[in-house]
Design a protein around this ligand. Sequence first.
Ligand code: MN
Ligand code: MN
Length: 478
Amino acid sequence: MAKENANKNSSEKSEIKKLKSKLLTERKNIGKNPATNQPEQVEQAEKFCVGYKRFLDNGKTERAACKSAVEMAREAGFIEYKPGEKYSPGAKVYFVNRSRAVIFAVIGSEPFQNGMNIIASHIDSPRIDLKQNPLFEEGELAYFKTHYYGGIKKYQWPSLPLALHGVVIKEDGTSVDVEIGEDDNDPVFTVTDLLPHLSDAQYKRPANELIRGEELNLLIGSRPFVSGEESDSVKLAIMKLLNNKYGIVERDFATAELEAVPAFKARDIGFDRSIVGGYGQDDRSCAYTSLAAILELATPPKRTALCVLADKEEVGSQGNTGLASRFLEYFIADLVGDSYEMRRCLANSKCLSADVCAAFDPTFPDVFEKNNTPFMNHGTVIVKYVGSRGKSGTNDASAEFVGEIRRIFDSAGVVWQTGELGKVDAGGGGTVAMFISKLNVDTIDVGVPVLSMHAPMELTAKSDLYMTYKGFKAFYSA
Ligand code: MN
Ligand code: MN
């Protein structure tokens, strides 16, 4: 009798187990799922991230990322797009928009009016820009005045080694590229912070003013030009150095774009090296995964594939290199030609707005709603909507389109999860999705979960990066 009961119990238990796995969603770490945690997956993710870390190191600004993406594409056989030229299926072209944004295209075998598969991400990241009149001397130290770019927590930026990147346009119109602080032999720059001993008053400031915008002054030198009583002698000495090296004068800063970014390189994080730590992973993690996917695309794909790396997302996508401008629309129009066909093309196109999403952070659980927050190592994130204050200012993808993406990912063995940006009233954010859906393109956000988003060092899991790349590849081939 006892044995019968035990048998009955165990068969009931297995019935419940079966029913559970059939009816309920089990949220699983890639590493805990025997189907996904295979040695070759770990190895492939590891290998994939070698190139990824190199891309992060070589592309710390939108200009640098654009340049390095084009170099990679040229190596893979992409050629510069010529407006007006007819391209046949299999052609691989790229179009650079003012050195700061780029579109890569692989022409498909189907007619354009069947639509394109587009993945759009951004290659600008939060940072500290120089003001147009930046140079000053105070207390016999020389500094650059700055104006930060994008949503940074200002207190995170002092006491870091910072590199300077950008371009200076001289009076005669010629330009000089600047990159100081990336080579191990280069000097770096830094923003000073107050010693704790004298910080009683600073500690009483609200956190967003712990370091104020006007206190983000970049220290650039301290040695005076001459002994004696001459004022601004340190400033003069710095300008003399810059003039020797770049042939520039102080006035040329007015026509320059100079950006300070963390000088450190991307590194593996953790004893198990499962995480990548590096600057600018929002959104170069999605830029790299989509770029790698289009570079490896078997040609010709059925539908024309587009990989868009845009600028200015961190300040609202405005400006002619951001996706609120019409450069993507005009590129597609030039490629497709006839305006009726162009409209059909857009209406039938599908777009993944590839951007990162905040991963659950166990140290700060209060801002996350666990059921709808992505976890590290749970795969690429499908984000149906972002926005704030009740889905305001967002593209909210249709259930039908989410269903399509789900089927593409499932049939390619892509591990995915859904999530949104924190609790309903905790804040919010935006992506480029709303600008692309404006073109009458089906659009949805998909990307990599990130810890410490917008910090000088952001974190992503290698297995999530790999799954995102795999998902993008499947999308381009669909
Ligand atoms: Mn982003
Ligand atoms: Mn961002």
